[in-house]
Design a protein around this ligand. Structure first.
Ligand code: C2E
Ligand code: MG
Ligand code: MG
Ligand code: MG
Length: 293
């Protein structure tokens, strides 16, 4: 129909595509259509996950994967999460979507294990809106029980805005720790967290935002910020991982400054579950063969 066609044209015509037409008439209709499509996306099997490896820089070992949600709609094409996650939050669909993502990813961890690939850790993103209903701990606990994944192998990623929310959210974070799952602060350095607060929080990992990593070798400020975050992690006894590592130089820089964990296109794009198994499962066999031979 016309509204969807307009959206598609816009999506094709620009890098920075948007959901909403600028015209007063099209706007409301188009939004409603896309909302309706999003609400039905799970039942229509349009939602799936990709997994991006996290590696130890000096050994190249797989230390974990981050699950990243995808929406492939027949009319809209592949919609990036930066577009539909905020929409899912607005229309109250994020809890349902978040639960689906967590359950699917946990099932996949168990399934890889059955196929002989032990992925040490699973990272899953949680939206700040998932904390507002207060039931996030129950949901996580239920999914872990149903799938049989050990809580220590799950790490939930939240942004600084979640961390700095007072009241309920902090109580939720403490409850989640009691369940035994780990917590990471995603996109660290881009938000507003107080260092004093950070010290008290039950968080184990800082993820350096990829905006700092991007120009590490050419921008003195980004270099200084990255080194400072690594140091901060050391002093607070937190593990630090860099995201958005795209080059060998960036990886070498991180290693030199005491950060031995990375995630980014230099190692791998996010890939499907089978591809991850094919690559890292085979790699494992090869390692074993080398040891035996
Ligand atoms: P994020 O959690 O910070 O995830 C990392 C994003 O960086 C991913 O984008 C990933 O594809 C991208 N990336 C990884 N390595 C590189 C690299 O070397 N260079 C560049 N330029 N990009 C890299 P993606 O998959 O589009 O996800 C964007 C954001 O959407 C995520 O950022 C996260 O905030 C959100 N998101 C994704 N999946 C979920 C989910 O299941 N639930 C929630 N609540 N949010 C999600
Ligand atoms: Mg993340
Ligand atoms: Mg991030
Ligand atoms: Mg990010």
């Amino acid at each position: 129909n016309a509204d969807v066609a307009m959206y598609q044209a816009k999506a094709r015509g620009r890098n920075n595509f948007q959901f909403y037409a600028p015209s007063m008439t099209g706007e409301g209709v188009e939004r409603l259509l896309i909302e309706a499509m999003l609400r039905r996306s799970i039942e229509k099997n349009e939602i799936y996950l990709q997994y991006q490896p996290q590696v130890e820089i000096d050994t190249g070992r797989l230390i974990g994967v981050e699950a990243l949600v995808r929406w492939q709609n027949p009319e809209l094409g592949l919609v990036p999460p930066a577009r539909f996650i905020p929409l899912a939050e607005d229309i109250g669909f994020i809890s349902q979507l978040g639960k689906w993502v967590l359950a699917e990813a946990c099932r996949q961890m168990v399934s890889w294990q059955e196929d002989g690939l032990q992925v040490p850790k699973l990272a899953v993103n949680l939206s700040v809106r998932q904390f507002e209903r207060g039931s996030v701990t129950l949901m996580v606990d239920q999914v872990l029980r149903e799938t049989g994944l050990e809580p220590q192998r799950l790490q939930l990623e939240v942004t600084e805005s979640v961390i700095m929310n007072t009241g309920d959210t902090l109580a939720c974070i403490n409850d989640l720790r009691a369940v035994g799952v780990g917590l990471a602060i995603d996109d660290f350095g881009t938000g507003y967290s107080s260092l004093a607060y950070l010290k008290q929080l039950p968080v184990q990992t800082l993820k350096i935002d990829r905006s700092f990593i991007k120009d590490i070798s050419s921008d003195a400020n980004d270099e200084a910020i990255t080194v400072a975050i690594i140091q901060l992690g050391k002093s607070l006894n937190l593990s630090v991982i860099a995201e958005g590592v795209e080059t060998a130089e960036q990886a070498a820089f991180l290693l030199r400054h005491g950060c031995n964990r990375a995630q980014g296109f230099y190692y791998s794009q996010p890939v499907g579950a089978d591809e991850l198994l094919a690559h890292w499962g085979r790699r494992h066999e090869r390692d074993v063969a080398i040891i035996e031979g």
